[in-house]
Write a protein that binds this ligand. Structure first.
Ligand code: GDP
Length: 289
């Protein structure tokens, strides 16, 4: 019976689907590390596994964490596990993975390449476990100057362009039928009175992305007037014509962007650390699981 038992164990291990992964992106200083440590400190389970990229010398860190039992899960929405009247211990703590990435400007293209490789894998065996992206924004820095806004919008533009390329070549990105691929723009540092509210963050990002798009479109037109121009591989985000909006992007390529405010700074309370500032983001994660 031992070989049968071993076979059963190995088979079980291989058959269990990988945990849903959310990739944390955004310029450094936005609050990714603060968010991760807050999630870890309130998680019932945590395990860190450094994952080494095979394409670059960069490392990203994957951490398995749990969602607080009081946060509803989309796939469990009809079950009693979400019944708020039940004590926490009676409800399931759902595990997921957060993958932190270095946000320094020079490392961005490597991260985008890795994201593209993973998400565009066609084989079922290598199918990506990435089920969403969380893009961190320091909402307090956006009022300080146009340069910060340009940096954030430029990074987000590049991410969206990667997703558009995959959708155009491979088709839908979302793994769940009838849903769109989710991106959370976490408008962080809402505890500071100088922080822009999420609605303004959304509006500013949309108009800056629109500006970037126009500039790139013009660049391509100018370049294509040159007979020696090689058009291969150059694209612009969104169809030509209308002003860029996240809503339009959802219609075009099935990528849904939500801008949600919060703060990744722990509030010190008598009985430990309170993570109220990240609650809405955890609810967003729960709605994708
Ligand atoms: P990362 O580079 O994206 O990982 O950013 P960090 O998590 O290292 O955060 C950068 C700085 O912002 C640190 O000094 C954090 O303490 C601070 N910070 C992060 N989140 C918040 C927040 O919600 N509110 C405030 N006031 N500061 C924050």
């Amino acid at each position: 019976t031992l070989p049968i038992l071993l076979h059963w164990i190995i088979y079980r291990k291989a058959a269990s689907p990988p945990l849903s992964t959310f990739v944390l992106l955004g310029p450094s200083g936005a609050g990714k590390t603060a968010f991760l440590s807050l999630v870890e400190s309130s998680s019932l389970y945590k395990a860190k596994t450094p994952s080494h990229s095979t394409h670059t010398s960069q490392t990203s860190t994957s951490t398995t964490v749990t969602l607080p039992p009081s946060v509803p899960i989309f796939s469990n929405r009809y079950r009693s596990v979400n019944d708020p009247s039940l004590p926490d211990a009676k409800r399931n703590a759902v595990k997921y993975v957060l993958r932190d990435t270095p946000g320094h400007g020079k490392l961005r293209s490597a991260q985008l390449t890795q994201l593209q490789t993973e998400l565009s894998s066609k084989s079922k065996k290598e199918a990506s476990s990435i089920c969403g992206i969380i893009f961190f924004v320091d909402a307090a820095s956006l009022v300080e100057g146009a340069e910060n806004l340009r940096d954030y919008a430029g990074y987000l533009y590049d991410i969206l362009l990667v997703l558009q390329k995959i959708v155009l070549s491979k088709g839908k990105l979302s793994k769940k039928a009838g849903t769109n691929f989710p991106i959370l723009v976490a408008a962080n540092k809402q505890d500071l009175f100088t922080a822009l509210p999420p609605g303004s963050v959304k509006q500013k990002l949309e108009s800056e992305i629109d500006r970037i798009r126009q500039t790139r479109q013009k660049g391509l037109l100018d370049a294509s007037a040159n007979p020696e121009h090689d058009e291969d591989g150059e694209e612009v985000l969104g169809g030509d014509g209308d002003k860029f909006t996240f809503h339009g992007l959802e219609d075009d390529i099935g990528v849904k962007v939500d801008v949600v405010g919060g703060f990744a700074k722990a509030e010190n309370e008598k009985d430990g650390v309170s993570a109220t500032g990240i609650r809405k983001w955890e609810e967003w994660i729960g709605s994708c699981l």
